[in-house]
Design a protein around this ligand. Structure first.
Ligand SMILES: Nc1ncnc2c1ncn2[C@@H]1O[C@H](COP(=O)(O)OP(=O)(O)OP(=O)(O)O)[C@@H](O)[C@H]1O
Ligand SMILES: [Mg+2]
Length: 447
């Protein structure tokens, strides 16, 4: 039997009748008394269906309800309210936008149970769609900047070919993530993705690691071994830190790229292998060629399709949304719910930092902050950053992003966190307002 989890939210007044009835069926009932708690439950549990018993439908309450419904993505909601509630235009709009169905009081619990069952099946279908789209859609690459959008477009283009790709970019900027996205978007997506860090394998072992060896081919080779290139057959091999590959191996790799065949160490037999090569380097390979450390012919062979992952400092406008993304994943791991977001000072400090370690550094700092923070909002000290003391030095991009965040946060504060009113005040649509709140990691109440 599939375990069907349901959130039973009764707002305004305590009511356990609905939860008690559903428990008698095969629902795993999670009772919640306010919508903010819905978000907290969602961090830890995969819930597909929600029943929302709404007794208070005043306009102020509706603002909160809408914000929370919008944030509880993936849940199919069924509303329960008095028939008069439908006289409220706001509630009607909510029902049409966010609800799978609704029932009016007094409720026939058996019929409600049936509706919830339908909602559950629909959520399951949607879940499958999201999974499939997620595998090929988001690329796990968080960010809205022009630079990241352009990179995603380039990835989609190179993914459909079979030519080698060379990915450049600073350490920690997301080169492996880009390589994985190329694989996911290619016809090879169902095949293996094998990542090899050429700098991390001892030069004496790298030949047999990549190409494999036959039994007895050298002392200690008591059994034959499949090489990583062979292991990636039908898929993609990602050669990270390719500049570290010894010159002798560069020759072998070039031969593989030209002939699509390999020789295991100790074997004269050539094996035909169907593998796509994606390579990455944080050092400039053209310079390595000029210095005689990298074969020119291999460089040209690899450089047919070249992508550069921009450094985080070149796309500071992505910092808030990536930071928020990491915050959420750290909290889900640690079951720590106290931290709600970043303080304005923390955001300013992040926007003025130079990020030498790029996205990996941002991840490490957020992870540290979640552990260190004693407050609701993360401070610059929690992140190990100093307060931005020179706003003039932080660049136009960062200043713009901070100003936008401030405007949104202040407007929300002024109108008691009513998104509709704040959007009106700022002269943007409600959808734009929600998109901006997502971008700046401004959940209702935080910031
Ligand atoms: N746009 C992004 N959104 C979310 N996570 C990201 C993004 N870019 C990078 N990351 C994460 O940051 C970390 C570093 O990324 P990755 O390993 O791809 O960098 P890299 O360029 O290969 O680094 P190195 O040069 O050190 O090998 C990973 O945990 C990755 O998932
Ligand atoms: Mg890497």
């Amino acid at each position: 039997m599939v375990l069907r989890k349901i959130l039973c939210v009764s707002l305004g007044e305590h009511s356990s009748e609905m939860a008690d009835y559903l428990r008698t069926g095969d629902w795993d009932v999670l009772p919640v008394a306010d919508l903010a708690a819905v978000r907290r439950v969602q961090v830890h549990q995969q819930v597909q269906v929600g029943a929302l018993l709404l007794k208070d439908f005043s306009p102020e309450k509706m603002g909160w309800v809408e914000a929370c419904l919008r944030q509880s993505r993936g849940i199919e909601w069924v509303g329960v309210f008095r028939i008069e509630a439908l006289n409220s235009p706001i509630l009607r709009e909510l029902v049409l936008s966010y609800f799978f169905d609704y029932h009016t009081l007094p409720v026939d619990w058996r019929v409600l149970d049936l509706t919830l069952g339908h909602a559950f099946r629909r959520a399951q279908l949607r879940g499958r769609d999201v999974k499939e789209a997620g595998a090929a859609g988001s690329m796990d690459m968080v960010g809205h900047s022009l630079q990241i959008v352009r990179l995603q477009q380039q990835i989609r283009k190179v993914a459909v070919t079979d030519a080698p790709v060379l990915i450049g970019g600073e350490s920690g900027s997301g080169k492996e993530l880009a390589a994985r996205a190329i694989h996911q978007y290619s016809r090879r997506a169902a095949g293996p993705f094998v990542a090899v860090n050429c700098g991390a394998i001892a030069p004496s072992l790298i030949h047999s690691e990549l190409f494999g060896h036959e039994r007895g081919s050298f002392s200690g080779a008591t059994a034959g071994k499949l090489g990583l290139i062979e292991a990636a057959s039908g898929g993609t091999i990602f050669l990270d830190e390719i500049a570290e590959l010894p010159l002798e191996l560069q020759t072998n790799l070039l031969r593989f790229l030209q002939e699509r065949t390999i020789h295991r160490v100790g074997s004269t037999r050539s094996l035909q292998i169907d593998v796509r090569v994606v390579a990455a380097s944080h050092v400039d390979l053209a310079e390595a060629v000029a210095a005689g450390r990298f074969r020119e012919d291999l460089f040209y062979r690899l450089n047919v399709l070249a992508l550069v992952v921009p450094s985080l400092r070149e796309r500071l406008s992505d910092v808030p949304v990536i930071a928020q993304h990491f915050l959420q994943s750290c909290m889900a791991d640690k079951h720590r719910l106290r931290v709600e977001g970043f303080s304005r000072e923390a955001m300013a400090a992040m926007m003025s930092h130079r990020w030498p370690g790029n996205v990996r550094e941002l991840y490490n700092r957020v992870q540290r902050a979640v552990v260190m923070s004693d407050e609701r909002l993360i401070t610059p000290a929690d992140l190990g950053l100093s307060v931005a003391c020179n706003p003039l030095g932080i660049g136009l991009d960062a200043v713009r992003t901070l100003a936008e965040r401030d405007a949104i946060s202040l407007a929300l504060g002024r109108v008691g966190h009513n998104v509709t009113h704040a959007a009106r005040e700022l002269g943007v649509s409600r959808m734009t307002m929600y998109r901006l709140m997502d971008k700046h990691g401004l959940a209702l109440g935080a910031g």
